[in-house]
Design a protein around this ligand. Structure first.
Ligand SMILES: Nc1ncnc2c1ncn2[C@@H]1O[C@H](COP(=O)(O)OP(=O)(O)OP(=O)(O)O)[C@@H](O)[C@H]1O
Length: 627
């Protein structure tokens, strides 16, 4: 048997184009060829179970071998093999008809994955790294003759009699000069680890040395000997393919370690398993979060029938769960199509909401089963839960029962519990609830203490997501506002009817204002006199809640750029009822008056960490002189 032919495509030189186009991703040739081998072994297994193949199946396996001298990589399988006619049909016609279409469409395609999947060029990805490719195969069919196909990357091929004596296929790549990196064992090992680590059929890559018990020595101690064994690079039964009932916590933790060798143990995990209306299995882990969130993204690995595809799972996993780790395996995700298609794909949407629901259910279950343990994990999971609560309506619906608010006393409450806790004292004269919070308990300590003195509770909102969480809570909660504890003096944070009367006359008020205005002499600070409780501080510096929040948003890039440009403006609240103010008024010496006013103002700045530089030095000097 000998046949030469021309592969029927219009353009002579498709391979240089494929090569160039796919260059950056050229390592995937191995994924494609090894998965073809796996497919071939699975097909023969199915034929056998259907009774259409009655020979011995043997130990089904795919082998990758490299010969640095001959500059070849060989991928062998003992799958169903091909006859010469099948080669013509599957390799020449199908793949090349794909190639013709490829020539027409390649301009639209964005990356190698897209082209390979869309145009059935899996096998031809071999030409990204090889000048010449040989197929040496023997079909399982009775009386089949071995066949060999050779193609040098032009449109010409040759089919001759092959030499394989057992069922299966060898694909031999004659590696080209630019791709010699793939002749190095460690490079191949690395690619196999990435793409083939969990393939369902053993993949052999060379051998390795293991020590084996070898009886006992003269003293009765166990002896060992070194043996060469096959180096099987994959785990054919990873945990996501098993039933959760057959797995222990240790199994999950070990698998996590296998995926992320240098990570701390995860907090908990969710085993995903659906077969309708789409197929999906997987295990998602909640990691212990570090501050470097960006670094932790893209930790979910996406597989299709145990073949690794990508760790960019955007669009498939809801944004707020991108910090999770683990594995998702679904043959139903269209892996090789463009992003925009993915976003519109109804399976992807369903998968997305399924994952959201599973995560919400798991959190609800943990909260219910062991609230204390849940609270202890809040530091780590709070970010997910808040993020989900903000960004996903369906998740929020469930999360409203287990999203927690923590206060400065380190107590935690559900939304309902918190409302009950603060309703009595923190409802203003118009019946509106005010939740107070701090984003920096050290800096705002004086304000927190003043608020606590009035019996108000202060929430701790100091994680990066809290600015958004606060605005969102305000939209969600009925008739409730949130105020940072330093947005005003404690007496004014929540407006009540029982404001104390002022002890100053109108004249005196103007006089005090003038003294302070002159003593402070900074345009960003606006002095206002208030009649507060005499126990409150004489002077307090605050920034308006609205203005501050807009500035925070602007700083986080939340689109409030305009506010970011505005200078910081502060309100200086002078407590007209404080005895220091009476003392200043009664002081005859204008210089002493100014000094006292400035001192009280500086103390207010100091308590908030706003006193710096020359102002701080001056304050210290003045204080020393006063003592
Ligand atoms: N090792 C093999 N053993 C038996 N048949 C094979 C082998 N490799 C390829 N084939 C046949 O050649 C066909 C074309 O392979 P190719 O990799 O180009 O596309 P595919 O595997 O069908 O699709 P894709 O790789 O895009 O998922 C396969 O469908 C299969 O019939």
């Amino acid at each position: 048997m000998q046949e030469k032919g021309t592969i029927s495509i219009h353009t002579e030189n498709i391979f240089p184009i494929i090569k160039k186009f796919l260059y950056s991703d050229n390592e995937i040739f191995l994924r494609e060829l090894v998965s073809n081998g796996v497919d071939a072994t699975q097909k023969i297994k199915r034929l056998s179970s259907l009774g259409q193949y009655t020979g011995e199946l043997g130990q089904l396996q795919v082998e990758v071998a490299v010969d640095a001298d001959k500059k070849t990589i060989t991928i062998s399988d003992n799958g169903l093999g091909m006859t010469a006619d099948e080669i013509k049909k599957y390799i020449n016609q199908i793949a090349f008809s794909g190639a013709t279409e490829f020539m027409e469409k390649f301009k639209e395609a964005k990356d190698a994955n897209e082209i390979i999947g869309r145009f059935g060029l899996g096998f031809y990805s071999a030409f990204m790294v090889a000048d010449k490719v040989e197929i040496n195969t023997l079909s399982y069919q009775d009386g089949a003759e071995p066949a060999r196909w050779i193609c040098d990357g032009s449109t010409e091929f040759e089919i001759t009699e092959g030499s394989r004596e057992t069922r299966g296929t060898d694909i031999i790549l004659h590696v080209n000069a630019e791709s010699e990196e793939f002749l190095e064992k460690h490079r191949l090992q690395e690619i196999l680890d990435k793409y083939a680590k969990f393939l369902p059929v053993p993949v052999k890559f060379g051998t390795k040395t293991e020590s084996e018990p070898d009886g006992e020595d003269e003293e009765g101690k166990p002896k060992y000997k070194s043996v060469e064994v096959d180096n099987i690079i994959n785990d054919t039964n990873p945990i996501w393919t098993k039933s959760p009932n057959d797995l222990t916590d240790e199994d999950y933790l070990n698998f996590y370690k296998e995926l992320y060798p240098f990570s701390e143990d995860p907090l908990f995990w969710i085993h995903l398993n659906v077969d309708y209306p789409f197929n999906l299995t997987g295990v998602l882990y909640f990691p212990k979060l570090k501050n470097d969130y960006e670094f932790q993204r893209n930790k979910i690995k996406l597989y299709s029938r145990q073949v690794f595809i990508t760790d960019e799972v955007k669009d498939i996993v809801p944004e707020f769960l991108m910090l999770l780790h683990g594995v998702i395996d679904s043959p139903d995700i269209p892996l090789n199509v463009s992003r925009s298609f993915l976003q519109a794909d109804s399976n992807v949407k369903k998968i997305n909401s399924y994952i959201t629901k599973k995560v919400a259910d798991k959190l609800a279950e943990l909260f219910k089963a062991d609230r204390k343990a849940y609270e202890e994990k809040w530091n780590d999971i709070g970010l997910f839960v808040k993020y989900g609560y903000i960004s996903d309506e369906k998740f929020a619906e469930k999360a409203k029962d287990f999203v927690l608010l923590a206060n400065t006393a380190k107590e935690t409450f559900t939304l309902d519990e918190y409302k009950t806790k603060v309703t009595d004292l923190q409802t203003d004269k118009d019946g509106r609830l005010t939740y107070l919070y701090t984003n920096d308990p050290d800096k705002q300590d004086a304000f927190i203490q003043s608020a606590n003195k009035k019996g108000y509770d202060v929430l701790l909102m100091n994680s990066p997501i809290d600015t958004h969480f606060i605005s969102h809570l305000e939209q969600k909660l009925e008739n409730t506002s949130l105020k940072r504890v330093d947005a005003d003096v404690a007496d004014k944070l929540i407006k009540k009817d029982d404001a104390p009367e002022t002890v100053l006359t109108e004249d005196q008020t103007t006089q005090v204002k003038t003294i302070f205005d002159q003593a402070i002499n900074k345009p960003a600070y606006k002095v206002e006199l208030e009649s507060l409780n005499p126990e409150e501080l004489p002077v307090t510096v605050t920034m308006d809640e609205f203005m501050r929040r807009m500035k925070d948003m602007a700083a986080m890039g939340g689109g409030m750029g305009f506010y970011g440009q505005m200078p910081d403006n502060y309100k200086v609240v002078v407590n007209g009822n404080h005895k220091l103010i009476t003392r200043i008024l009664n002081e005859g010496d204008a210089e002493v008056q100014a000094k006292l006013a400035r001192q009280a103002f500086d103390l207010a700045l100091l308590s908030q960490g706003l006193l710096t530089g020359a102002d701080l030095t001056e304050f210290v000097t003045r204080s020393v002189n006063l003592i």
